[in-house]
Ligand binder design. Structure first.
Ligand code: SIN
Ligand code: MN
Length: 268
């Protein structure tokens, strides 16, 4: 899959791009099923909210075949290679659960703020590319983006270790107010299978989820190979140190896996 020039131009100006229903219901069904198993796991890579609900599962591509296939899927890898003009490696991989009733907030932040300060990443030449596993509604903790905020570069941030179970370099209210006055807020919503990519300096956050609808999203953080991290401080399953370029798989690999999975279940 290749982005059109118009899509690349939109990304470069707005800092984000949303492609609704890029993955089919059959492809997403198997990821939803596997995500329930992953999020129920008891391993250090699964982080929980303060109330115990799953928040983030790191690095599931290293131990789950369906998520490994997604982690090399050409629909995820090719657009980012196209924007950066070089090969990419996996800097981080996570499933964010935003559990029904219990999913907690993600404060306003820029991802590159963490990649720079905690991982020693030289440039904002990494980005999140994500897939909706559940329908994202305006009311179940949709990701909110501040369009064009990436043009301000890396902003001053404070290290918030107490608001949620996840330490984050967050922006103060005055900064967010100024950026929102300029760019507004958008919250891409839609059916499972939508794909959202956004610039490492794009300001974003999400509210808590008090609805009965979970909002699981898988995020691949793909970093340009030449921009490998220089001063890692986090566990290798949070900020990976295998800088080998990802070799994209075949486009049909996930669908084939889903069909094998379904026929295995039918035989049981
Ligand atoms: C993030 O900002 O990395 C995740 C936010 C979310 O999943 O709502
Ligand atoms: Mn983020």
């Amino acid at each position: 899959m290749k982005l059109t020039q118009a899509q690349i131009d939109t990304f470069n100006t707005e800092g984000w791009l949303f492609l609704p229903e890029l993955f089919s219901p059959e492809e997403i069904a198997v990821l939803r099923e596997e995500s329930a198993t992953v999020l129920a796991g008891d391993r250090p890579e699964i982080w929980r909210e303060k109330n115990g609900a799953p928040r983030t599962a790191f690095a599931s591509h290293t131990y789950n075949e369906a998520f490994a296939i997604l982690g090399r899927h050409p629909r995820m890898i090719n657009p980012v290679e196209q924007v950066f003009g070089e090969k990419v490696y996996m800097h981080q991989y996570k499933i964010n659960a935003k559990a029904k009733f219990d999913g907690d907030v993600w404060q306003w932040h820029q991802d590159y703020g963490t990649w720079l300060r905690d991982d020693g990443m030289p440039e904002p030449r990494a980005m999140n590319i994500s897939v909706f596993l559940d329908e994202v509604h305006p009311f179940n903790g949709a990701l909110m983006l501040v369009p064009r905020s990436q043009s301000h570069g890396n902003l001053q941030a404070g290290h918030d270790k107490s608001t949620t179970a996840y330490p984050l370099w967050t922006l103060d209210n005055a900064t967010v107010e100024k950026l929102v006055a300029e760019g507004g807020i958008v919250a891409p919503t839609g059916k499972p299978g939508g794909m959202l990519m956004f610039h490492g300096n794009l300001v974003h956050g999400s509210a808590g989820n008090i609805t009965p609808y979970p909002r699981r999203i898988v995020y691949l953080t793909l970093n340009a190979v030449s921009n490998y991290i220089r001063k890692p401080t986090r566990a290798t399953w949070i900020a990976h140190q295998d800088f080998a370029p990802i070799k994209p798989g075949a486009d049909e690999e996930l669908l084939q896996y889903a069909r094998r999975h379904t026929s295995r279940q039918a035989a049981e």
